[in-house]
Design a protein around this ligand. Structure first.
Ligand SMILES: [Zn+2]
Length: 308
């Protein structure tokens, strides 16, 4: 049985596992990236973690790993290719991808987007990221910024965003924005999940804040739909856990902003926080020369055992 090492490298922590060609997943406990000690420390932490996972694979399957896939934050540029080179597995093929697009790849191959070629994957958490999937492939655009719908302006005279622009979608509709905007109006410090619960229970301030988040999403998604005509919109991240409280009014408001055409279906993501790591496994298999890996994996891939 051959396997790849898959790693989802976040800002402060990373999670990884080994994934066989048949889609059997073993997930290891996460590790800190050591970012506070500088880039060399991160490279060393990644190298050590990959080595540890590879050792586990060797003892379990009796063969060497076939490849390594890494999902990394931020835009994938020449400098991240250098970063990849610094990690330096000379004898093992490795491939690197942008974290959100790598998650979008996993949703495309065996997740919520498996039955369509063109969709938008929109994880909503601390911020709002986006992966545009066209013809089954995540599309990064000319400079790697493709899909950054979180910084699409929705209210030009609105609130200032951390990115420097005014009125970005993310300023109103990320999970942290929902929590922050409720706190600003009510004085109560709660999570986005609690704001949604209060909104559902009839709290008028919570309903206003959450309603504005949904309206902002509908505005940004309407533009997206008109430009790219996706078959589907997939929403992931923490805010997607709001379930019907999010999806029902969002579908309604999106339809309301598309006068002459039907909106595409809006559905929750299938892979949750493992999307990046599972996408990294696909990159590892691609690096090993197997572009068809994952097409026959079922969502049972999620039921892999954990090893600490
Ligand atoms: Zn912004």
């Amino acid at each position: 049985m051959t396997y790849v090492v898959a790693l989802d490298v976040g800002g402060t922590s990373m999670k990884g596992g080994l994934v066989t060609r048949g889609g059997e997943v073993t997930v290891l406990a996460g590790r800190p990236t050591g970012r506070e000690h500088g880039p060399d420390a991160v490279v060393e932490a990644v190298r050590a973690y990959v080595g540890e996972i590879a050792d586990l694979g060797r003892s379990r399957y009796g063969v060497e790993l076939a490849g390594v896939g890494l999902a990394v934050p931020g835009i994938v540029t020449a400098s991240t290719a250098v970063y990849s080179a610094n990690i330096g597995w000379r004898d093992v093929p490795a491939r690197l991808g942008h974290d959100v697009r790598t998650g979008g790849l996993a949703e495309s191959v065996f997740g919520a987007g498996r039955d369509v070629a063109d969709f938008l994957f929109l994880p909503i958490g601390t911020g709002i990221a986006g992966a545009v999937v066209l013809r089954g492939e995540p599309y990064g655009g000319a400079r790697g910024w493709g899909g950054e719908i979180g910084h699409a302006p929705v209210w030009p005279a609105g609130e200032k965003c951390a990115c420097g622009q005014i009125g970005c979608l993310e300023t109103y509709a990320s999970a942290s924005a929902v929590a922050r905007r409720f706190t600003e109006r009510s004085g109560a410090t709660v999570t986005a999940k609690e704001v949604v619960e209060r909104a559902v229970a009839g709290d008028p301030v919570a309903a206003d804040v959450f309603g504005e988040a949904i309206e902002a999403l509908a505005i940004a998604l309407a533009s997206y739909v008109l430009v790219l005509d996706p078959a589907l919109i997939v929403i992931g991240g923490g805010l997607a856990e709001a379930g019907a409280a999010l999806f029902e009014p969002l579908r309604e408001r999106l339809a309301g902003r598309l006068a002459f055409r039907e909106p595409p279906p809006v559905r929750p993501a299938a892979l949750g926080p493992r999307a990046g790591m599972l996408g990294a496994a696909l990159l590892g298999w691609q690096a090993a020369g197997d572009d068809d890996a994952g097409t026959d994996w079922s969502l049972d891939v999620l039921r892999g055992g954990s090893v600490s």
